[in-house]
Design a protein around this ligand. Structure first.
Ligand code: ARG
Ligand code: ZN
Length: 858
């Protein structure tokens, strides 16, 4: 059944207090749940209380202390009829965590027990009104075998512990902060902690623990530093202070997502906790810092203020992503972080917005909420709030968020509550802006600059494309930062912010004797596509001189994208193609030679637009042609700039390892140089990559070299892959890299390699990180996935069908790649659709996969 936003009704009962008693076992865990319930005066009265379940069986029910048979099942849910105003319900359930391969609810991972309850996992533990607007305080007693489960963790504060005669022990936890069931967590197992402390702005001493497996402790330092920085930053930037005396993080190796913000007990994928220079790349270090911050920030944007219903998911996720992005900007290079975030948006969210799964950041309906933890809800959601901040400025934005936190603390709120708080607190009219919450699709802005006499006139128009269920769109307010450059002095008079809020508008700028060069959507002030009518020379000018780093990056990207679009379409004569390549190589040489750039930024400028993004810019894409032309361009640039890249590689190789920006930048451009050199001269590239591999004293260099080597045949490839595996076998996160590098490789036989790797003894469908490292890396490797004979599509469909009964949430995440069928050239399109139909016709599909496949077929 489809759940609709407009059907929201408050729950007829409140559940002020929950007490849970867990008798823990890997194969059998018994749960006694005691709920204090009372009629909700804010809801329509009903004598029936619906307690959600998912695959649970009732062991027993008691009401007000009396065993009761007065219950019925409605599907998976338990229904009770309660005569009075307030009652106590006691329910006993028993579950088998070791059989829980979905990894939702209580499950066993690597000999320990842990939970994932967002969004609807709590109902797999016990019957409960499993919805985010039912807030309760929790008291939890955990009993378990002292050897199997020496550490017993839950939300809130540890109140007491004890031992029983039979070798079991127990711990009792109490969380004073009312919370919805999706924030419940428990962990039991053999764990060791990195312990530290943090003193909050008002002097609260908080104990910090990061729990990991014995042996992983020395890889937790970066996570701990990131946590302390996050706590300080949230105080300084948003005035948010931590509210318990204890903050625990646990790393688990089987996890569907990145991490989870359970109150006082964040559970993390090991990938976002463990890092050291030998096993983690610079990108991995950033991932740890960003996700630690994200989950910590949820304590206010998510936990203290939660969501009324799951349609409001972006209320906590969009805002928290923005908060973690701003944090990472402050911790490192702000422009580089901005470019990375835009790249993620364009690579993951734009395709969502232009395909069959398009939905507004606040969706209107769903069948399975897990399918809406999307780049749209998260990343576009963050962009929407960032636009508000851009329009009112940092200071007024802070007044808005202060009002929001103040007004809604302790509540389950809506996106509308957030917008209203920003509107009032910041003094910003957001009437029309609300369309960003209700309309899907990426607006396309057409830009034309006209010059006459002393006046430059900017003509803008917007088109918000039709999306499923939304054929007609209203104009959106689009905040655009812009600057007009004088060609001679290469400077401008200052940045301006204009807001395009109608379908068409013109803006005039006086005092330009010569036609200026327009820099627009600076800093990516709006998440839109800009179609600008601009001369190639002007893009070259901006790529060299724009003082907004994002706009500079963008000019170079535009230059390359427009060239590749033409060459993919076969629109270019040989001479035209050669002159465009020469212009691009010259622009890149200017980047290589610009001493004012730091290497981190230089590295961004050297990233070629991805094949996925290129496909996104075309109405109908031919991935085979895109791959060929992009590789040919890389080879041409590599050959033309061979000496420059060799010199860069040499200079960067001399910088010793550290986590300082200079050294990180050096590592970034080093592998970039290698990629260009290998494309231009495979012989040389192979030799240099092997040398980089052998000389590497850190994972960034080693992985970069191996990435280049996996793309080319030869003994170096074989030797490096063997060496890497032997060096790191037993380290799951690094073995994941080994799988992912091969599955994401440029090698022409990648499909065969992936099929062989699926038979490798280290491969398992039960571990999501491993599944992602092999099959997600493959599905998002355009040249392999889009193999002309359709073998890539068949393989991904096989994966979906095999994984669906084991882990439907992860299986469903593969569907969007096949869902791109409408935007592909006819042959591939038909083959992709055929695979979707094959999946659709399989018996007993999960709700997750069924929803994604049926929406994808449209
Ligand atoms: N709230 C978590 C985060 O973004 C993600 C949890 C997702 N869970 C799920 N079942 N889809 O921080
Ligand atoms: Zn989140």
């Amino acid at each position: 059944p489809t759940i609709r936003r407009e059907d929201y009704q408050p729950f007829p009962w409140t559940v002020p207090e929950v007490s849970l008693d867990f008798d823990l076992g890997l194969e059998a865990t018994r749960i006694v749940s005691t709920l204090k319930v009372a009629r909700n005066p804010a809801a329509e009265a009903s004598p029936t209380i619906r307690l959600n379940g998912d695959g649970l069986e009732v062991v027993s029910v008691a009401i007000d202390g009396e065993p009761s048979n007065g219950w019925t099942m409605d599907g998976d849910d338990l229904l009770l009829t309660l005569p009075g105003e307030a009652h106590e319900i006691r329910i006993v359930t028993e579950i088998d965590p070791s059989a829980n391969t979905q990894l939702m609810g209580l499950y066993a991972s690597d000999g320990m027990l842990c939970t994932q309850c967002e969004a609807q996992g709590f109902r797999r533990i016990t019957f409960f009104p499993d919805r985010p607007d039912v807030l309760s305080t929790y008291r939890v007693k955990m009993h378990g075998d002292a050897e199997t489960f020496p550490v017993l963790l839950c939300n809130g504060n540890l109140e007491s512990t004890g031992k029983d005669e039979d070798g079991t022990h127990w711990a009792e936890w109490h969380d004073p902060w009312p919370k919805p069931s999706y924030l419940f967590a428990l962990v039991a197992g053999q764990l060791v902690a990195n312990t530290d402390s943090f003193t909050t702005m008002n002097g609260r001493e908080v104990t910090l623990n990061i729990y990991v497996r014995d042996g992983d402790l020395d890889r937790t330092g970066h996570a701990m530093e990131s946590l302390k920085k996050s706590m300080r930053w949230d105080e300084e930037t948003f005035g948010r202070e931590y509210d318990l005396d204890l903050f625990n993080i646990v790393a688990v190796s089987d996890f569907n997502m990145g991490a989870m913000e359970n109150k006082g007990l964040n559970v993390f994928n090991t990938k976002y906790v463990l890092a050291d220079e030998d096993t983690a790349t610079d990108g991995d270090f950033d991932g740890v810092e960003g996700v630690i911050a994200h989950e910590y920030f949820h304590n206010w944007s998510g936990n203290r203020i939660t969501c009324r219903d799951w349609f409001q998911l972006s209320l906590k996720e969009g805002f928290t992503v923005l908060r973690d992005q701003l944090f990472s900007q402050d911790m490192g290079s702000a422009p580089v972080k901005r470019i990375e975030d835009v790249r993620v948006l364009r690579g993951a969210q734009f395709p969502e917005d232009s395909g069959p799964l398009a939905h507004p950041i606040r969706p209107d309906s769903y069948r399975e909420i897990s399918n809406f933890y999307t780049a749209t809800v998260y990343n576009k959601g963050a962009e929407v709030i960032r636009m508000m901040r851009t329009m009112c400025g940092e200071e007024r934005f802070r007044k808005g968020t202060d009002l929001y936190f103040d007004r809604h603390d302790g509540e389950a709120a809506t996106c509308e509550d957030f917008v209203r708080a920003i509107e009032e607190g910041a003094g910003l009219d957001l009437e029309q802006f609300r369309r960003w919450y209700s309309q899907a699709g990426t607006p396309k802005i057409t830009v034309r600059l006209e010059h006459a006499g002393n006046t430059a006139t900017l003509h803008l128009s917007q088109d918000v494309p039709a999306t499923p269920g939304q054929p007609e769109k209203q104009p959106m307010p689009i905040p655009l930062k812009l600057a007009l450059f004088d060609r001679e002095s290469k400077s401008h008079r200052g940045e301006e912010l204009i807001v395009l809020d109608s379908q068409e508008a013109s803006f005039t700028f006086e005092g330009f004797a010569q036609p200026p060069v327009l820099s627009i959507n600076r800093g990516f002030s709006a998440p839109v596509v800009i179609e600008r009518d601009i001369a190639q020379d002007d893009l070259v000018f901006l790529a060299a001189h724009d003082d907004d780093p994002f706009a500079r990056y963008e000019a170079l990207q535009d230059l390359i994208v427009s060239h590749l679009k033409q060459s993919v379409n076969g629109d270019l004569a040989d001479a035209e193609r050669d002159s465009a390549r020469t212009a691009i190589a010259a622009a890149i040489r200017a980047v290589l030679q610009d001493d004012a750039l730091d290497d981190l930024m230089r590295g961004e400028l050297l990233v070629l637009p991805s094949e996925t993004y290129l496909a996104e810019t075309m109405a109908v894409a031919d991935p085979g042609r895109i791959h060929e032309e992009r590789q040919a361009l890389r080879a041409a640039i590599g050959a033309t700039l061979k000496d420059d890249f060799s010199a860069l590689h040499k200079r960067a190789s001399a910088v010793p390892y550290s986590l300082q920006p200079e050294a990180r930048g050096a590592r970034k451009v080093k592998t970039q140089a290698l990629m260009f050199l290998a494309a231009g001269d495979p012989e040389l590239g192979r030799a240099m990559a092997w040398a980089q591999y052998e000389a590497a004293d850190n994972m960034t260099d080693r992985q970069g070299a191996l990435m280049v080597l996996t793309g080319v045949d030869g003994i170096e490839r074989t030797n490096a892959l063997l060496d890497f595996y032997n060096r790191y076998k037993g380290n799951a996160l690094v073995v994941d890299k080994w799988f992912a590098l091969q599955a994401g490789s440029m090698h022409p036989n990648t499909i065969e390699h992936v099929k062989a790797l699926a038979e490798h003894p280290d491969f398992t469908m039960k571990n999501p990180n491993r599944v992602r490292s092999l099959f997600m890396a493959f599905a998002y490797n355009p040249h392999a996935f889009h193999a002309a004979d359709g073998e890539g599509y068949r393989l991904v469909a096989d994966v979906i069908l095999a994984l669906d009964p084991i882990n439907p949430q992860t299986a469903a995440r593969f569907v969007p790649q096949l869902g791109k069928w409408r935007r592909m050239e006819p042959k591939r399109s038909a083959m992709m659709k055929e695979q979707l139909e094959r999946i659709a016709s399989a018996p007993a599909l999960s709700r997750d996969t069924y929803e994604q496949v049926s929406r994808s077929l449209g």
